[in-house]
Design a protein. Structure first.
Length: 509
């Protein structure tokens, strides 16, 4: 059992050494320090019933990325005279056991806005306080503290980007000096009777490690994050002139964006505060640069806006019980949902994007817009919640053509279409049978027929969205389950009547 001045640093997000205030505080003046990560079954345990391969909360790509990030963190800690102590179990119970065994004076961990961790942190803090352990939980995953933004805005989150910027102002990190490295860290104290493990492999967690030649080029970890950041910002002109609406979603060999989102978002391999300072330094060195919301800095601030909105909106990730979400009677069609998920819609542009997501765990933001639109308001009218676990509609045909007329992106991710002539690559079902035969791709056999006809499906979705918006306006946003059921019945009846009329029309000869 450890004695003396010790601390425990609990890693969740913030899987990095640079600019990690919790790590900095835990290491200061400590004779020993325990760096802990808990493999949480709630997040990591393999679930055969999950919508896609992985757990009920994360796909295999994300879990692989996390494990790579943990191994990189462990390697960095070892270079500084420490190492990562990995446990498996319910985090609250694990942390209590650690505090009981090690008798540390300080518990440090990064503040997390996720409702799951908010509840968990209360449990851990209560126990720590009852035993006289100091708790330090700084905000460092975001530039701003979402709670402070909401307080400044009268107790509610700003619901527009511009109003958020007005309330937020300049982040405190703009002028602060960040701790980027250490010469050493305190050693680990006596482990006692607790069972410690190394960072597990995918197989040890119950997953099949289906490594393949075309697997994701985006590897997890702080080292990879810093390397990518250095490469991205080395071209100051590109950084200064970056505009988000511009960019090619079909560029896959060299993506048209920084691809920093995986490293910033979920596991904090890269500090958003450090990224902010890097961008500000470049802007100071150039004569002219783009501004929010389209600039690179603007993208970082969009992230802050959504974190704040999510934190201040109960049920933000759901439709029901979400006060800022339109209530819409979405269709329920498991077969269509599965075809969309698996990249078998019959629309090559949509399918190539979904295959890229399956293999790489990432896609360009415009590609995300396209597949999300196709699933929801554009063609299938299926609930956005299912895609996760009355606006512009992106054509699954013409949108991709604009960026990639030769279909190189489609040919890469859908090799079954690699020999299809470019005039048919976005609409292979229109190719004569002789052309399909020559291309070794018969539509309906080697590649699926379109699951819907885009022109008619998008018109039907627009009509349904219009009805749903009208109902939300009429009810002043207070739409209940009965209202949705009534509207769903009306939409189904209208669709049935329209189908009868179409069937009665004389067919053109």
């Amino acid at each position: 059992m450890a004695t003396g001045s010790g601390s425990l640093i609990w890693f969740r997000k913030g899987l990095r050494v640079h600019d990690n205030p919790a790590l900095e505080y835990a290491s200061k003046g400590s004779e020993f320090m325990y760096p802990v990560f808990v493999i949480d079954p709630h997040y990591m345990e393999s679930d055969p019933s999950a919508f896609s391969p992985g757990s009920s909360r994360a796909g295999v790509n994300r879990i692989r990325f996390l494990l790579e990030s943990l191994k990189d963190l462990d390697s960095s800690l070892k270079k500084l005279g420490s190492r990562l102590l990995v446990f498996k179990g319910e985090p609250g119970e694990v942390l209590v056991r650690c505090l009981q065994e090690w008798k540390v004076k300080r518990l440090c961990f990064e503040y997390d806005t996720d409702p799951y961790y908010q509840a968990l942190d209360v449990k851990v803090k209560d126990y720590a306080s009852s035993t006289g352990v100091e708790v330090f939980s700084p905000v460092s995953h975001t530039l701003f503290n979402p709670a402070h933004i909401i307080e400044k805005n009268g107790g509610k989150p700003p619901l527009s980007y511009q109003s958020f910027l007005k309330v937020a102002g300049e982040p405190s990190c703009a002028k602060s000096e960040l701790v980027m490295s250490y010469s050493s860290l305190p050693p680990i104290g006596d482990i006692g009777n607790l069972g410690i493990s190394e960072v597990p492999s995918l197989e040890e967690l119950g997953y099949k490690d289906d490594e393949q030649a075309d697997w994701t080029p985006f590897r997890g970890g702080e080292s990879e994050a810093l390397k990518r950041l250095t490469k991205s910002i080395s071209d100051k002109a590109w950084v200064a002139n970056f505009e988000k609406p511009k960019g090619d979603p079909s560029a896959f060999l060299k993506p048209a964006t920084t691809v920093m989102s995986p490293y910033l978002k979920k596991f904090g391999c890269l500090s958003s505060r450090y990224f902010y300072q890097c961008l500000q330094n470049i802007y100071k060195d150039v004569k002219k640069h783009t501004s929010p919301p389209v600039s690179l800095l603007g993208q970082l601030l969009w992230r802050e806006f959504f974190y704040t909105t999510a934190f201040g909106t109960p049920n933000f990730d759901k439709m029901k019980g979400n006060r800022i979400c339109k209530q819409i009677p979405w269709n329920e069609d498991h077969a269509m949902l599965a075809a969309w998920r698996d990249g078998k819609t019959g629309y090559p542009w949509i399918d190539a994007i979904m295959v890229q997501l399956l293999k790489w765990g990432w896609m360009h933001h415009l590609a995300r817009h396209c597949v999300a639109c196709f699933l929801t308001r554009g063609d299938l009218f299926i609930h956005w919640e299912q895609g996760r676990d009355f606006n512009r509609i992106y054509s699954p045909i013409s949108f991709g053509k604009k960026y990639d007329p030769d279909g190189k992106y489609i040919r890469h991710f859908l090799p079954v279409l690699k020999d299809m002539p470019k005039q048919y690559i976005y609409e292979p079902w229109t190719a004569p049978l002789s052309v399909q035969t020559k291309a070794n791709c018969i539509v309906g056999k080697d590649y699926p027929k379109p699951m819907v006809l885009h022109d008619s499906a998008s018109k039907e979705c627009k009509r349904k969205m219009g009805e749903a918006y009208a109902l939300n306006k009429k009810m002043d946003g207070k739409v209940d389950e009965e209202n949705l059921r009534d509207l769903r019945r009306k939409l189904e009846k209208d669709e049935h009547e329209e189908s009868k009329i179409r069937n009665q029309r004389p067919k053109l000869k």
